[in-house]
Write a protein that binds this ligand. Structure first.
Ligand code: SF4
Ligand code: SF4
Length: 351
């Protein structure tokens, strides 16, 4: 890949986005009313990268949308014609700018889920067709705890390019071949980075780390051994009884991936769509089976399931925890349930 560190001024970054727009569908954080959100952009002026912490709705929806048509069907007498949407998905060429290292770790986890036993062609096509330009944090939010989940503030696996905002432009680290191609084809915009740029990045990341470390949380990658013994801890009742079962924590989580599949028939009764939508383990019907039985009827059992899945079951299944410490579930919870506090209460602070 050759040279790995470059500097790009803000003006040249805008020129780069302009050029990328001619070739890709470009997705980037844009300033919302209060909170930024990821959206398809049509001009560099829309890109908003000076946000604190995370973007509330994670970029997973560009790989695994909240609602997607898998195929459409058309009935003609005894004949059924199927139009698979996969071909459309395969044709799209995307680039996502400005997602955080914790979100990279979230995507790497989804890769494991959607490629383990069953390879999900829709997810895989989007992963294949998407270039990822990540951006390290300059300032964490009160909810961030990536340092305790091994997801930040410096993490680059899964990115093609990794940016750091130095205040007078971006330091750009080339992480993959795809990233290297972008630099090669736009070489007039990228200057070789000096040592000072790298040491400025180190100092920014050190400050972010120190700020997050003030929280003194246990190592989330190791709490699974304690959780194995704490299935009957009264803490689950305490938090479960105040949970509203709204599922918001699932929908903002970059690693939650449960879905439901159903048919939406047209009123003509000759056409229809097979649709996939996100689901939530907090919903009463999540474990309902054909006989009508519901396996997790009580709210505490559902809340416990989510935390055990994040911090123990995926360790058993994939060898990694599936919490990346983004803090989004804490930010959205109307009941004030904070996964950091739950883990502290269950583990006694990391014993
Ligand atoms: S966001 Fe809070 S209240 Fe809603 S399901 Fe999650 S833990 Fe329960
Ligand atoms: S469980 Fe909460 S903190 Fe962990 S990755 Fe999901 S949303 Fe982020």
């Amino acid at each position: 890949m050759g040279e790995k560190l470059f500097k790009v001024s803000y003006d040249d970054f805008n020129r780069l986005v302009e050029k990328l727009l001619t070739e890709y569908r470009v997705i980037a954080p844009v300033a919302g009313n209060g909170k930024p959100f990821f959206a398809e952009i049509s001009s560099p002026g829309e890109v908003f990268l000076k946000y604190k912490g995370h973007v509330l709705i994670p970029p997973k929806r560009f790989f695994f949308p909240e609602k997607e048509t898998l195929f459409k069907y058309f009935l003609d007498g005894d004949k059924v014609e199927i139009h698979d949407e996969l071909e459309k998905v395969k044709k799209s060429k995307n680039i996502i700018l400005g997602l955080r290292p914790c979100d990279l770790k979230g995507i790497l986890f989804l890769d494991k889920v959607f490629t383990k036993k069953y390879k999900d062609p829709y997810y895989l096509a989007r992963r294949e067709n998407t270039v990822i330009v990540a951006l390290t944090c300059n300032e964490p939010e009160e909810y961030c705890f990536c340092v305790f989940t091994g997801s930040g503030p410096y993490f680059k696996e899964g990115a093609d390019l990794l940016l750091t905002d130095l205040g007078d432009g971006f330091l750009v680290e080339v992480v993959s071949e795809k990233g290297s191609e972008i630099v090669k084809f736009n070489s007039d915009l990228f200057k070789k980075a000096g040592e000072d740029a790298e040491s400025r990045r180190k100092s920014i990341l050190r400050k972010v780390r120190e700020e997050i470390e003030r929280q003194r949380l246990p190592d989330f990658e190791k709490v699974h051994s304690v959780l194995r013994e704490e299935f009957s801890n009264p803490v689950w009742e305490t938090y479960g009884n105040i949970c509203l079962s709204c599922g918001k924590c699932n929908f903002v989580c970059p690693t939650c991936h449960c879905f439901n599949v159903y048919d939406e028939p047209g009123l003509d009764l000759k056409t229809g769509e097979r649709v996939r939508v996100w689901d939530s383990c907090h919903y009463l019907t999540f474990t309902k089976v054909a006989s009508g039985e519901i396996f997790r009827k009580e709210r505490p059992s559902r809340l416990k399931q989510r935390i055990y899945h994040k911090l123990l079951y995926t360790v058993d299944e994939f060898g990694v925890i599936s919490c990346v410490g983004c803090g989004r579930c804490i930010e959205v919870c109307s009941a004030g349930i904070d996964i950091r506090k739950v883990v502290m209460d269950v583990t006694g602070g990391g014993r």
